[in-house]
Design a protein around this ligand. Structure first.
Ligand code: UT7
Length: 325
């Protein structure tokens, strides 16, 4: 009998501090950094984002999202035999945020590790967990995306600091006799590492290089539009499905113009696009599971719907996962 993996629960967590675009305008003005609600909405679709309080880490938000996902799947932390966490903002250099979350969930023993693929992190993590379940290495996994990108932002750089937010999303992925995850397609091209990066590193007790986010927005934009259609077409072909089979497109929530462009290329009406970038900003690896959980809890996504998840970001990395929910 073929073994598949299937999402049986979703959860998410947003830190309570919500900043509107006007809050950002007021925060940046004393630095002499000019921006406006109009520019941010027109260029990105973002109206607000959440920032974590001092002392709140990726593991705290990831554990909260995981607890919600466990509840929605009707299981407990001790039922889990694999934890994969997608993050570029880990609590520490090491150990992994996954190991820290495991302890915060009050369990021990199962493998727990991080996947680092920046904004593509969740589709990478989901693909790894799916492969481990299909080969019998795991039965019930927690796959989490969690980020505190506010810690990486240069608030003197208006081209990046208004774009990102903090949050976490999680799914429980279980072995199943029926799919589930239908197909995945992952890619990376390291020659573009410089267009979206945090170049600093720790050496001899000091941070060497700039530890703040740098992005060539236009270069990322152009690459993203091209690769997202290709990845979507590849997973549809692998699964023997067509554009018309997609009930919901859940792309990485970075910019509404990229998301709508991808939907149009796949000939999807825009009401099949799940949008949370307006309220969350770009939460990197957390954006897809946050959007998924939001759409499930608001009753948009129903059991049996076919979902196209798509990630794109630093690395340069990109990928897609097609699944029956
Ligand atoms: O998460 C990983 C994936 N990341 C992405 O997908 C991001 C992809 N890139 C983007 O979303 C867009 O490129 C941005 C939103 C980052 C920028 O939008 P854009 O339409 O490419 O704007 P631009 O960089 O061409 O800048 C246009 C103008 C510039 O002024 P001039 O040179 O035309 O006078 C910028 O200085 O907008 C100016 N500008 C701003 N103005 C007000 C840049 N940032 C701001 C700002 N407020 N925050």
């Amino acid at each position: 009998m073929t073994r598949y993996s299937r999402i049986t629960g979703t959860g998410s967590h947003l830190p309570p501090r919500r900043l509107t675009n006007d809050d950002m305008v007021a925060m940046l003005a004393p630095r002499g950094v000019e921006t406006s609600d109009q520019w941010i909405i027109e260029r990105t679709g973002i109206k607000a984002r959440h920032f974590a309080a001092d002392g709140v880490f990726a593991s705290d938000m990831g554990a909260q999202a995981a607890l919600e996902a466990l509840k929605s799947a009707g299981c407990e932390a001790h039922d889990i035999d694999l934890i994969v966490v997608a993050t570029s903002t880990p609590d520490m250099v090491f150990p992994s945020t996954a190991a820290i979350i495991q302890h915060k969930l009050g369990v021990a023993g199962c493998p727990a590790f991080d996947v680092q693929a920046v904004c593509s992190g969740f589709v990478y993590a989901l693909t790894v967990a799916d492969a481990m379940i299909r080969t019998g290495s795991a039965h019930k996994a927690l796959v989490i995306g969690t980020e505190v990108f506010s810690r990486l932002l240069n608030f003197n750089d208006r081209t990046t600091c208004v774009l990102f937010g903090d949050g976490a999303g999680a799914v429980v992925l279980e072995a199943s006799e029926t799919p589930g995850i239908l197909a995945s397609d992952l890619h990376a091209d390291g020659k573009h590492a410089g267009i979206l990066c945090v170049p600093g590193h720790v050496s001899g007790g000091e941070i060497l290089g700039d530890p703040l986010l740098k992005m060539d927005g236009q270069a990322v934009f152009k690459l993203a539009v091209g690769v997202l259609e290709d990845a979507a077409r590849t997973v549809l072909a692998k699964a023997g499905r067509s554009d018309a089979d997609i009930d919901w497109l859940i792309p990485h929530q970075a910019n509404i113009r990229i998301m709508q462009g991808t939907a149009k290329k796949l000939k999807l009406p825009l009401d099949k696009l799940v949008v949370t970038v307006d309220e969350h900003g770009n939460t990197s690896a957390a954006s897809i599971p946050l959007a998924l959980d939001h759409a499930v809890r608001t009753g948009k996504i129903k059991r049996g719907d076919t979902l196209m998840l798509e990630g794109v970001g630093g690395g340069f990395t990109w990928g897609a996962v097609l699944l029956d929910f």
